[in-house]
Design a protein around this ligand. Structure first.
Ligand SMILES: [Fe+2]
Length: 201
């Protein structure tokens, strides 16, 4: 069973407490649903088999697992890479800056790529991943919660761009303003720690 994590987040810049509280509730829903699906699958497996007539229900539960699990985990990454009074660009000697300079040419170009992913149409996530085998960083678009994640890669920076992440504070067409606000609250230390694989969410 997964436990709902607590995030000590409030009074962010450009992302209201009302948004955060609503978002925490939504995240809680993913934790509960992940647990519920897991239990429902265990119930089917209880007699040691998946009968033919159980297969449609079993399949549907399994198909939904990816959505709920990723919804849970990605929100944990997202909330942990935010903090009050964050946002200062990483220093010149930071491992993240060095990595993006080597992979993208400059920090600004990396940021242009990441924010442009965030502005893509549709609901989903912009994620900067570390390829743990080669040390490369790359930015990806994830549709919903589960389509587009790269197996085995480590998310180092995760930005929610579903409309619920900003609709109480901005109009749907104002997503760029939300992205700006997101960056002004960034907890870069968490990003650095993920890069050095010291922590996950
Ligand atoms: Fe969200």
């Amino acid at each position: 069973m997964y436990q709902v994590k607590e995030f000590n987040l409030s009074r962010l810049n450009g992302i209201s407490d009302q948004t955060l509280e609503m978002h925490f509730k939504l995240y809680e829903g993913y934790v509960k649903e992940t647990n519920r699906l897991t239990e429902a699958i265990a119930e089917i497996l209880k007699d040691g088999r998946v009968d033919q007539e159980e297969m449609p229900a079993y399949s549907e539960l399994k198909r939904r697992l990816g959505f709920e699990y990723n919804g849970m985990v990605l929100h944990e990454y997202y909330f942990s890479n935010l903090k009050k009074d964050g946002g200062e660009d990483p220093a010149g000697n930071s491992a993240f800056r060095k990595a993006v300079e080597s992979n993208f040419g400059s920090f600004d170009l990396w940021k242009t790529d990441f924010t442009s992913v965030g502005k893509m149409r549709g609901v989903g996530w912009a994620i900067c991943y570390l390829d743990p085998l080669h040390g490369q960083l790359s930015n990806h678009w994830v549709t919903l919660h589960e389509v587009g994640n790269v197996a085995g890669f480590i998310p180092v920076l995760v930005m929610d761009v579903w409309e619920h992440a900003f609709l109480l504070d901005y109009k749907p067409a104002e997503r760029p303003k939300y992205i700006e606000a997101f960056f002004s609250n960034l907890h870069w230390q968490t990003v650095e720690e993920r890069l050095s694989k010291k922590r996950h969410a």
